[in-house]
Design a binder for this molecule. Structure first.
Ligand code: A3P
Length: 304
């Protein structure tokens, strides 16, 4: 809505791809790095709910599920605004006059549903201090990589991904925005042993959405009827979200997100990596994966 409202400001605006900086070694948009102190001192409320994920792991899908649960399955209430206005994206600093994630969050009354892609070590400490509930979504690295490649192509708010072959190396070296997929999923996996974190897998959501929605409901201590559960399931299906302008990012101007290059709601499946990985890339990936995941009991599924 903020984008729509202010679209006229951008009439002659040519969107530049962002400069990147680093915070504790993690690549982040330079504008985020410039406001890092205020992001770190963000005051979460104990009743706030945080949806956290590595980019392209199914963040938007989980946001819609959590919103539907919190609104007791009321679809009209969940159509009140686009995803990015309903759930402030903590560390995002958009070009003026679009409000930053922090500004949006501060205008909202708790309990809020907030979104972040930050790795666990960079989360503002007030979330831990206030024992906020966190729902973390994890998706297998190969599908994340393919989805992120297409997203960086269509979203001028992120660096140009270059060719697929280049992107494969960039992703593997952890120099994409928000850093290494490996560090991210492992970091949050470890944190769940000492914090209120519900760790959910994208692949499980695909396989049995109702079961995973039920888990989120129990975690949020919401007891909703089977009818409402079914309504949430329908409203958050890939097809329903693809057609929902309040969930599919079509309200962002096309000079920022160009859905003709690749739609935000692209395929929504497990295993699309097979259409992109060469045999050599798959072998390289397997070696790196073994090395980086050594010592963790975190297991991903890469096939439907
Ligand atoms: P693909 O590009 O593989 O299609 P995020 O919200 O973290 O940016 O993740 C976006 C990815 O989640 C995209 O993956 C998108 O299609 C997928 N997605 C979004 N809503 C979905 C849904 N309801 N069911 C399945 N996948 C969904």
């Amino acid at each position: 809505m903020a984008f729509e409202r202010n679209a006229h400001h951008f009439d002659s605006y040519v969107m530049q791809r962002p400069e990147m900086g680093r915070i504790m070694g993690v690549p982040l948009d330079q504008k985020t790095c410039d406001t890092w102190n205020s992001i770190q001192s963000f005051q979460a409320h104990p009743a706030d709910i945080l949806v956290a994920a590595y980019p392209k792991a199914g963040t938007t899908w989980m946001q819609e599920i959590v919103d539907m649960i919190c609104e007791d399955g009321d679809i009209m209430k969940c159509r009140r605004a686009p995803t990015y206005d309903r759930h402030p994206f903590l560390e995002v600093v958009a070009p003026e006059p679009v409000p930053s994630g922090l500004q949006l969050a501060e205008q909202m009354e708790p309990p809020r549903i907030l979104k972040t892609h930050l790795p666990v070590q960079l989360l503002p400490p007030s979330f831990w201090k206030n024992n906020c509930k966190v729902i973390y979504v994890a998706r297998n690295a190969k599908d994340c990589m393919v989805s992120y490649f297409h997203f960086q192509r269509m979203n001028k708010g992120l660096p140009d991904p270059g060719t697929w072959d280049n992107y494969f190396s960039t992703f593997m070296s952890g120099t994409v925005p928000w850093g290494s997929w490996f560090d991210h999923v492992i970091g949050w996996w470890k944190a769940k042993d000492s914090h209120q974190i519900l760790y959910i897998f994208y692949e499980d959501m695909i396989k049995n959405p109702e079961h995973e929605i039920q888990k989120v409901m129990s975690f949020l201590k919401k007891d909703l009827s089977d009818n409402v559960l079914e309504k949430i399931h329908q409203h958050t299906s890939f097809q329903a979200m693809k057609e929902n302008p309040m969930a599919n990012y079509s309200t962002i101007p096309s000079f920022v997100m160009d859905h003709t290059i690749s739609p935000f709601m692209r395929k929504g499946i497990v295993g699309d990596w097979k259409n992109y990985f060469s045999v050599a890339q798959d072998e390289l990936f397997a070696k790196e994966y073994e090395r980086k995941m050594k010592g963790t009991d975190l297991v991903f599924c890469t096939e439907q």
